[in-house]
Design a protein around this ligand. Sequence first.
Ligand code: ARG
Length: 249
Amino acid sequence: MKKVFAMILALALLCAGSAFAESIKMGSSIDFAPYEYYDDETGDIVGIDVEIAKAVAEKLGYELEIEDMQFDSIIAAVVSGKVDFGMSGFTVTEERKQSVDFSTPYTTAKQSVIVPEGSAITSVDDLFNPDSAYKIGVQIGTTGDLYITDDVEANGLKHTVERYNKAPDAIVALNSGKVDCVIIDDQVAVSFVNANEGLSILDTAYALEEYAICFAKDSELYAPFNAALEELIADGTVQSIIDKYITAD
Ligand code: ARG
């Protein structure tokens, strides 16, 4: 009998534990397959970043909550404590390091250029031709936006940069001929090109980068989170999550 009571007690404690498990909140722009996106069938938020964040949260005994926000407002939300961390295919940059701390990078990426098939833009060099004037679509506040904006200014180029709130909006603009190309992260470009006819990706990349997770500079979550992430990188969990979403070609 005592055993039964002990079991019930243990069960009750377990239930209470999970009901009151503390949660951590991730800020992310859920428009970026294969890193973070809504599953068409279930409506759930899925993707590489989501699975890595869940694995870390589980290791640390937290529930994971995700807040979908515009990409260019995530760093402010992290700094103000509205969310506990930002994970959204974030490229590590020196400028961002002024306001947030980055985790150990968990993967690498490139900035790619998507063009309509038959485009006059056939290589990244074409974007540096001082005589051409293209409309270049980007997601606002992304490295694609920051780099091309700098390059246009530094080289006195004639292009205009069209900035969109959500990544798919830039693709809609490309499909309707409102922009001549879109600069976006390589794997995301692959998923957009697969889902839309008549688009292709230029062979050469525009920039190379690393993705990491960002935290407020005084965050207490930083050290345990990063330690758990490093373990998941070392034991191959992170790579197996990436492989589940990205098939090498
Ligand atoms: N890697 C780029 C950056 O850090 C783009 C990330 C955009 N992420 C997103 N979920 N839309 O600026």
